[in-house]
Design a protein around this ligand. Structure first.
Ligand code: HEM
Length: 291
């Protein structure tokens, strides 16, 4: 996993403080970041306990799934997995990222035709399967008016030799990658009374990539979530500065959509603590070392 500074100092919002497309082209070698030794351990557990929340496929999606699996194997130099599982599911077990196969049916729009979603916080596989871009983004402010047409065009025109990446960020009050109960966790954040400013809060950075499947014509959408305790930022003044800037710039609709009100007292106490001169830090480390 890249060090914290490179994850946060490299703007996690993709250069945009609010909602936006913010795509940038990346070299093929940077496509899948890796960094989790055995992703199948985490994913297989969820597959056993909450299968419908983390996996789904539509009839007719197997050729696209097989192309995804082959692309990932080639890219990472992996051997074929054991037969038996659907190809996208098997491919997803080998990488930390969630994988979403988007296909465009005759006369329809870009639609989720298969997905493995083990780090979903705001939606689950059964909610997303079979939905098109407009339906998926219903709750996102301004998406239908400002973003949808452009995203559709990107899916239509993405060249086979181009991989693009976008990022977004949030602050959350849970530390689990699989967190479908986001609304309840936000309510709990309001009740947090941490001993140390920012404790119990996590910076959630989401990295997404899009890549064309040249043979079957679909697009593979990958999602990778990094959760970092907010307090870990304090060790890196550059990252704190970038975060403080992003926090201050975030527009009102963005704050409302991401439920940031619940974490605002904790974040602001944390930023004030980072900006405060020495003595406070001394008091804090004394507190920490006391039994
Ligand atoms: C270029 C491609 C895309 C763009 C620009 C885009 C943009 C966005 C934006 C701006 C948000 C709000 C959160 C944020 O990112 O800050 C969002 C949320 C979301 N996106 Fe996308 N998106 C894209 C592709 C996709 C795809 C392929 C899926 C398929 C699963 C998807 C599913 C969602 C869902 C489920 C949400 C959460 C909606 C909710 O709050 O219920 N997006 N997207």
């Amino acid at each position: 996993m890249p060090p914290l500074a490179s994850r946060f100092a490299d703007p996690p919002w993709g250069g945009l403080p609010g909602f936006g497309i913010g795509l940038r082209r990346i070299p093929a070698g940077d496509w899948l970041e890796g960094g989790e030794a055995r992703p199948w351990v985490r994913k297989d557990r969820l597959q056993r306990t909450v299968p419908l929340k983390v996996w789904g496929e539509t009839p007719g999606s197997r050729p696209g799934q097989a192309e995804v699996a082959e692309m990932i194997r080639q890219s990472l130099g992996l051997r074929p997995g054991a037969p038996g599982r659907p190809p996208l599911l098997e491919a997803a077990r080998r990488v930390p990222d969630d994988l979403v196969l988007m296909e465009k049916p005759e006369g329809g729009d870009w639609t989720v035709s298969a997905l493995s979603l083990c780090a979903g916080s705001f939606f689950t596989a059964d909610e997303a399967l079979g939905r098109d871009l407009a339906a998926l983004h219903g709750p996102v402010p301004g998406f239908q008016d400002r973003i949808l047409v452009r995203v559709r065009r990107i899916f239509d025109r993405l060249p086979a030799d181009e991989i693009v990446e976008r990022r977004n960020w949030s602050v959350v009050a849970w530390s689990s990658l699989y967190a479908p109960e986001a609304a309840a966790a936000r309510r709990r954040a309001l009740a947090l009374r941490p001993r140390r400013p920012g404790a119990g809060l996590f910076l959630r950075c989401e990295r997404q990539t899009l890549r064309r499947l040249p043979r079957t014509g679909g697009v593979l959408f990958t999602i990778r979530i990094h959760l970092t305790p907010l307090r870990d930022l304090a060790a890196d003044p550059g990252a704190v500065r970038v975060f403080a800037w992003a926090w201050a710039q975030a527009p009102e609709d963005f704050r409302r959509y991401k439920g940031l009100a619940a974490v605002t007292p904790g974040v602001e106490a944390f930023l004030a603590d980072c900006a405060a001169p020495g003595p406070q830090t001394v008091t804090e480390s004394r507190e920490e070392s006391s039994p």
